[in-house]
Design a protein around this ligand. Structure first.
Ligand SMILES: [Fe+2]
Ligand SMILES: [Fe+2]
Length: 167
């Protein structure tokens, strides 16, 4: 039971690390292009994925396993906003499927605490999917105007405050 759970928990950490790296990369580029709303969304989501890693690692330690911390993939050099949102929504969708399957496996191995942990992550990843999907809808509906408005908001704020803004 323990060995299988530890393997799944480490697999989860390696996928979460990819999400943290990729979302921070998206955050840097949205910030650079002046898209504050998206920049903050990516940063907040990256922080949530980091907190997922913490929960997974705590469980590995409880099971007396080793925390591997190996990212499953390298960062993709995506700087186009639509491609970022496509990538992010797809990643969240895949995470939902992965965690549902991991929860089932842990249930079959009679490890109900790890099962519950994976189920709680499904809830968060579904919420992330919803957020990225909403932004994609906005981008589709309003096109470039949606991005221009974000940039204009930043200009207004920074001229009002006399300094650049961003989170
Ligand atoms: Fe996550
Ligand atoms: Fe997520």
């Amino acid at each position: 039971m323990r060995a299988k759970s530890i393997e799944l928990l480490n697999k989860a950490i390696s996928e979460e690390l990819v999400a943290v790296h990729q979302y921070m990369y998206f955050h840097f580029h949205c910030d650079d292009q002046g898209y504050d709303l998206l920049s903050i969304l990516f940063k907040r989501t990256a922080i949530e994925e980091m907190l997922h890693i913490e929960k997974l690692a705590d469980r590995i330690l409880y099971l007396k396993g080793e925390i591997l911390m190996e990212a499953a993939d390298k960062v993709k050099p995506i700087t186009d906003v639509k491609e970022m949102l496509d990538f992010a929504a797809k990643s969240e969708d895949e995470a939902v499927v992965m965690y549902n399957n991991f929860a089932i496996e842990c249930g079959n191995n009679a490890d109900s605490v790890t099962k519950t942990l994976f189920e709680s992550l499904v809830i968060d990843e579904e919420r992330h999917f919803g957020q990225f999907d909403d932004e994609m809808e906005n981008l589709k509906k309003f096109g470039d105007r949606y991005l221009v408005l974000q940039s204009m908001e930043r200009s207004k704020k920074s001229s009002a405050m006399g300094m650049p803004v961003g989170e």
